[in-house]
Ligand binder design. Structure first.
Ligand code: SF4
Ligand code: SF4
Length: 431
């Protein structure tokens, strides 16, 4: 496979020459790029970033300016959808970040912080449970409400913004369901494995439960394989490719060691995109490549799977005017656009009103809203303007990260929107 051998001579981990050569510098991607639209700089456009990657591949040093422009990229892959040359920008920016990581000399605090988040928090059920419990105490003790009511968040500046977009705890956590199998309701049509994520077990436990229920009611037996864990998407976006590979092997083992599943399901578009791309992460020379390919062939986003399956369970009417926000990694990464819309339209009484630029990133983008909070909040403000034009009551989307960001948008801009995952809407109609 040509795209698996040609690598940067500098470190062996940078963007592949084969990928860099595909860009013909036409600029057709510029208007699809949220950071170019917002910041107006060629160097913050896909074409400009590729130009900088080429310079580094030719031997130019990795400068703070290069790192800044690559960091400012959302990795939303909007440019991939617009590109007529098939430039695989998503993996190029991941490769560029891995190369930066290989050269990086972070400060002591940053090193410790990254080790804690990527090495412990995201990977350990015990650490996530402890963090979730602390978060829950902060919420349930009334401290969160008090901090907000007294205007402390404004005094905290950027830290205050971060508090608004941080996840909340949703006990009882979904970790207790891992290892269980839930029977299909009625005649069993399919047997599926559900990958529940990492933070989602703490912050989106009810969403995970709703996903299982909707699948059960539509004829699926749902197993939650015991050995599963974080998919590695956040590690990859942060340049930690070896960690992502280790996590990929763990998930592949967890699924392939189980009884044959008809499909492997994710309800998080960001995770699903990475899970489908495991064969690229574990490339042809990796001993686990063939298993990664078998695994990826079964991966489906829950909306994609349900739309293919066809909704069998009866639904009651929900009189609601909604708009749909495409999750970048579903629309641009997985090329799934129609399935969630089809499911929304299938709910009796629901009116779907399209917003302008529905497939432009809301600014969530993995950890982008934490690392680039200012730009993230500017993009969120634009998104809420588009939402406002629809006169909708609720925003429906397909990724937990987008849900958090849009809920923060509804709170900051006081729009009153409810924000739901597609399966939460279905679950409500099925209840
Ligand atoms: S990434 Fe694609 S659309 Fe953008 S400049 Fe290169 S070839 Fe053109
Ligand atoms: S991934 Fe998104 S932010 Fe990055 S260059 Fe492409 S369109 Fe722009």
């Amino acid at each position: 496979m040509a795209d698996c051998i040609a690598v940067s001579e500098k470190t062996g981990v940078g963007p592949r020459q084969f990928d860099l050569d595909r860009c013909v510098h036409c600029g057709l991607c510029l208007n699809a790029c949220p950071t170019y639209r917002e910041l107006g700089l060629e160097m913050d456009s896909p074409r400009g970033r590729i130009y900088q990657m080429v310079r580094v591949a030719e031997g130019a040093p990795i400068t703070p300016s290069y790192i800044r422009h690559i960091d400012l990229c959302l990795a939303c892959r909007g440019c991939e959808s617009a590109c007529p040359s098939g430039v695989p920008y998503g993996r190029m920016v991941e490769d560029a970040r891995a190369e930066i990581e290989a050269h990086a000399q972070p400060g002591r605090f940053e090193k410790l912080w990254r080790r804690f988040v990527f090495g412990h928090l995201l990977e350990s059920r015990a650490t996530l449970t402890a963090a979730g419990t602390l978060l829950y105490l902060y919420q349930a003790s009334g401290m969160k409400t008090l901090v907000r009511a007294m205007g402390f968040l404004k005094l905290l500046g950027r830290l205050g913004d971060l508090e608004q977009i941080s996840p909340s705890a949703d006990p009882p956590f979904f970790f207790s369901q891992i290892g269980r199998t839930f029977p299909a309701e009625g005649r069993r049509q399919y047997r599926v494995a559900f990958l529940a994520g990492c933070i989602a077990n703490v912050s989106f436990a009810r969403l995970n439960e709703a996903t299982v229920r909707v699948l059960q009611k539509n004829g699926c037996e749902v197993a939650i394989p015991g050995g599963q864990g974080c998919c590695g998407a956040l590690h990859l976006h942060s340049g930690l490719r070896e960690d992502a590979r280790r996590l990929a092997r763990r998930n592949i083992d967890a699924v392939l060691s189980g009884d044959g599943f008809d499909a492997v399901i994710s309800n998080a578009a960001g995770c699903g995109s990475t899970l489908k791309e495991y064969p690229h992460l574990l490339a042809a020379n990796d001993p686990a490549h063939e298993q990664a390919a078998r695994f990826a062939a079964k991966m489906r986003d829950v909306t994609e799977f349900l739309a293919e399956l066809g909704l069998a369970a009866p639904m009651r009417p929900l009189p609601l005017r909604v708009t749909y926000q495409d999750s970048c990694h579903l629309a641009h990464g997985q090329k799934v656009r129609e399935a969630p819309r089809k499911l929304i339209r299938a709910v009796p009484g629901v009116e779907l009103v399209e917003m302008p630029l529905a497939d432009q990133c809301c600014g969530s983008a993995g950890v982008y809203n934490v690392t680039q909070t200012d730009t993230s909040l500017e993009l969120l403000a634009l998104k809420m303007e588009s939402v406002g034009a629809t006169k909708s009551q609720a925003i429906v989307t397909a990724n937990p990260g987008c849900i958090l960001q849009l809920r923060a948008g509804a709170a900051i801009h006081r729009t009153g929107h409810e924000v739901l995952h597609v399966v939460e809407l279905l679950d409500r109609a099925l209840a």
